[in-house]
Design a protein around this ligand. Structure first.
Ligand code: AMP
Length: 225
C-alpha cells in the first residue's frame, strides 16, 4: 500500500477459510512480535457468553454460520483499533471478511501499511480439521483430536481442563461457513493483490512451516524499509 508506516509497525490481517489455522498462527505471531491479536470471532463469542446486547444480537447469526453485518463488525473493530496497545501494530484474525469491511479498514488505516496474509487450504481438508477441532474454554487454545497436540484425552495441556467443541463446528454449519468464505471472503484475495498487499501462503504444511513462511513475508514486505 503506501509508505507512511514506521518500519516497526506490523499491521497484519489474517484471512483464510475457517480451519485454515488463522487462530493458531495469530497466537504465535502475537507472542513473537509483541502486538495484540484481535479476533472478531473470539470477541463475538465472548459477547454471546456474557449475554451482552451485542451477544444477543449476533448469537443466531453465529450459530448458523452466516456473517454478522458489516456495520456491527466495523464498529467493533474501529473501537478496538483506537486503543493504544495497537500503536506498534496488530493482527486481525477473521476481519475483514467482506470487501465492504476491507474498504472500511482502509479508511481506518489512513494509508498506513498493511499486509494481508492469506492462508490457502482445500475444502476437504478444512472439513476434516473443523470436525476434529477442540478448544480450551479457559485459554482458548486450539487442538485437534487424534493429532500430536496431546488432545487424545481431550484435556488442555496448559489448563488441565476438558476441551470443548465449538457450537459452530458441526458439519452443517461448517459447510455454510465454507460456502460463505468462497462467495464473500475469497474476493479479498483479488482486492489485496490489486494493492500489492497480499501474501498467499500454502496452509496445508505443518504449523511451523506455515509460521516461518508468514514471518518471511512480514520481514520482506513490512519490515524491509
Ligand atoms: P471465527 O471464529 O472467525 O470463525 O468467527 C465465528 C463467527 O463469527 C463467524 O462464522 C461469523 O458468524 C462471525 N464473524 C466473525 N468475524 C466476522 C466478520 N469479520 N464479519 C462477519 N461475521 C464475523
Amino acid at each position: 500500500m503506501s509508505s507512511r508506516a514506521t518500519p516497526a509497525e506490523t499491521n497484519i490481517v489474517l484471512i483464510g477459510p475457517p480451519g485454515s489455522g488463522k487462530g493458531t498462527q495469530a497466537a504465535d505471531l502475537c507472542r513473537r512480535f509483541g502486538i495484540p491479536t484481535i479476533s472478531t470471532g473470539d470477541i463475538l463469542r465472548a459477547a454471546v457468553r456474557t449475554g451482552s446486547p451485542l451477544g444477543e444480537h449476533v448469537k443466531t447469526t453465529i450459530a448458523t454460520g452466516a456473517l454478522v453485518s458489516d456495520d456491527t463488525i466495523v464498529a467493533l473493530v474501529r473501537e478496538r483499533l483506537s486503543q493504544p496497545d495497537t500503536k506498534p501494530g496488530f493482527i486481525l484474525d477473521g476481519f475483514p471478511r467482506t470487501v465492504g469491511q476491507a474498504e472500511a479498514l482502509d479508511r481506518m488505516m489512513d494509508n498506513r501499511d498493511l499486509l494481508a496474509v492469506i492462508l490457502q487450504v482445500p475444502e476437504d481438508e478444512l472439513e476434516r480439521r473443523l470436525n476434529a477441532r477442540r478448544v480450551c474454554p479457559k485459554c482458548r487454545g486450539i487442538y485437534h483430536t487424534g493429532t500430536r497436540y496431546g488432545s487424545e484425552e481431550e484435556v488442555c495441556s496448559r489448563c488441565n481442563i476438558s476441551l470443548i467443541k465449538r457450537d459452530d463446528d458441526n458439519l452443517e454449519t461448517i459447510r455454510t461457513r465454507l460456502l460463505t468464505y468462497r462467495n464473500t471472503t475469497e474476493p479479498l484475495i483479488a482486492y489485496y493483490s490489486g494493492k500489492d498487499a497480499a501474501a498467499l501462503i500454502d496452509g496445508t504444511r505443518s504449523t511451523e512451516a506455515v509460521n516461518l513462511a508468514i514471518r518471511l513475508e512480514i520481514t520482506e514486505r513490512l519490515h524491509r524499509r
